[in-house]
Each structure stands twice: as C-alpha cells, then as structure tokens.
Design a protein around this ligand. Structure first.
Ligand code: ADP
Ligand code: ADP
Ligand code: ZN
Length: 216
C-alpha cells in the first residue's frame, strides 16, 4: 500500500496517520515532521525550512522534493508508506510521480480529508504537540490526562509556532491556491476518495479504512 493523506492544515492527517501507520504497518513520511525534527537537531536544512514554516509559507519545492526523494530510497519505504503533507504543490506532485516511476512504483490511494474553515481554526488554535514524541493532542477535543504532559511518554506539550492565528490564516490561503489543485490531479486518475473529517476521530478512521478497501 502506498497511500497519500491530503487535506487542509488541521484536517486530522497527523492524527489519522498515527493509527493507520500502526494498524497497517506503514512507513510514515511526513514532511512537516521531518522539517521540525531537523530543526530540533540543529541541522542546516531544518533552520532553513523553519524560516518558511514560521511565517506559514511553504518550504521551497526543490528542498522539499530532495528530502522526500532521499527518504523514499530507504529500505523501509520500499513496500508500504503513508505520505502526510507531501505533495502540496503541482510541482511536487510531478516530482513525486517521477521518483516513483524510477522506482517502478506508484501511489495506490489518495485520501482527501475534508473539513470546514471554522473547524480548522478551532482545531489548529487548540492543537498541542509533545516535544519528545510528537504525539498530537487538542485542548478540548483530545485532552491529556495531566495538563500539559503527554499521555504516551510523559514529555512536555507545546504549541507550534505556526499554529498562531496569523500564520494559520496564511496557511489556509496557501492551501486554497497551491494545494487544492492536487485534488483534481489525483481524482482524474481515479485513485482519490474524499472522507468527511467533521466526524469523531473514530468515525473518520473507519471511513478511511473503508475507502482504502474500496480502492485496493
Ligand atoms: P499541518 O499538519 O498543519 O498540515 P505540517 O506539519 O504538515 O502541517 O507542515 C507544517 C509546515 O511545514 C507547513 O506549513 C509548511 O511550511 C512546511 N511543509 C510541510 N510539508 C511541506 C511540503 N510538502 N511543501 C512545502 N512545505 C511543507
Ligand atoms: P493535520 O495533521 O491535518 O494538520 P492534526 O491531526 O494535527 O491535523 O489535527 C489538528 C488538531 O485537531 C489536533 O489538535 C487534533 O487533536 C484535532 N483533531 C484531529 N481530528 C479531529 C477530529 N476528528 N475531531 C476533533 N478534533 C480533531
Ligand atoms: Zn510524548
């Protein structure tokens, strides 16, 4: 299975991929996560990427394509992977097609999670992430047992720099103009399924599983 999870920021891609990766034994490839990890480790790539991320802008296509290309060449991505947050532009989608073609491979399914704008804002403003293990929570919709402490690893929670209102607005605009066209790009190939992301975590998950069964 080679799956791509799409949807606006805050749609629930990260939350759903946490479960999908475990249940289907997939290699998770999240460009946002890779950039944040590189930044945390003080790598030049992370420092460069954070300049864009902080402002809610997309990281340069060439930089992004290069890290994905390297990641896809690793052994654990050979059979099954789940892409979360990549591609986000048509240029990236074309680059991904080229990479996969060279590997004699292709995407099997694209799941597009839909949510309305008000919910997106609410979700992103209340999002909290574990500093240590990157697990994602929400102040109201998925609170931790102890305030500010990760249920899974005991790490401290933080609010992402780009989850402040100003940068969220910017990201939504960019999503509309740059990423939305990808829906048609994949729909034309018959591998795209829409899933209603306005439901509970579990209901969204069940719908994704059904959509995957339907395609594969
Ligand atoms: P979200 O979970 O809110 O959709 P991500 O963690 O996927 O956010 O991404 C965070 C930020 O990292 C993006 O706003 C963008 O700046 C950068 N980023 C992630 N993936 C890409 C990509 N494929 N192309 C360009 N920038 C990206
Ligand atoms: P994305 O990766 O698409 O940006 P996340 O999975 O990080 O989205 O979810 C954004 C925020 O919304 C998180 O705080 C998460 O806990 C919350 N969230 C995700 N899915 C749902 C849902 N179905 N119902 C309520 N809150 C949700
Ligand atoms: Zn944790």
């Amino acid at each position: 299975m080679k799956i791509l999870l799409m949807g606006p920021p805050g749609a629930g891609k990260g939350s759903q991929s946490e479960r999908l990766v475990k249940d289907f034994d997939l290699t998770s490839i999240s460009t946002g996560e890779m950039f944040r990890e590189a930044y945390k480790n003080g790598e030049p790539l992370g420092i460069e990427a954070m300049k864009y991320i902080e402002r809610g802008e997309l990281v340069d296509d060439d930089i992004t394509n290069e890290i994905v290309c390297k990641r896809l060449l690793r052994k654990d991505a050979e059979r099954c992977f789940l892409l979360d947050g990549y591609p986000r532009t048509v240029k990236q989608a074309e680059a991904l097609d080229d990479m996969l073609e060279k590997m004699n491979s292709r995407l099997t399914a694209v799941i597009n999670i839909t949510v309305d704008k008000v919910a997106i804002l609410e979700r992103m403003i209340g999002r909290r992430v574990c500093k240590r293990c990157s697990a994602t929570y929400h102040l109201s919709f998925k609170p931790t047992k102890v305030d500010g402490i990760c249920d899974k690893c005991g790490g401290e929670l933080y609010q992402r720099e780009d989850d402040q209102l100003e940068s969220v607005r910017n990201r939504l605009n960019i999503y509309e103009t740059k990423t939305n066209p990808l829906i048609n790009y994949y729909d034309n190939r018959g591998i795209l399924r829409n899933v209603d992301g306005m439901q509970s975590f579990n209901a969204v998950y069940e719908d994704i599983k059904h959509a995957l069964e339907d395609i594969t």
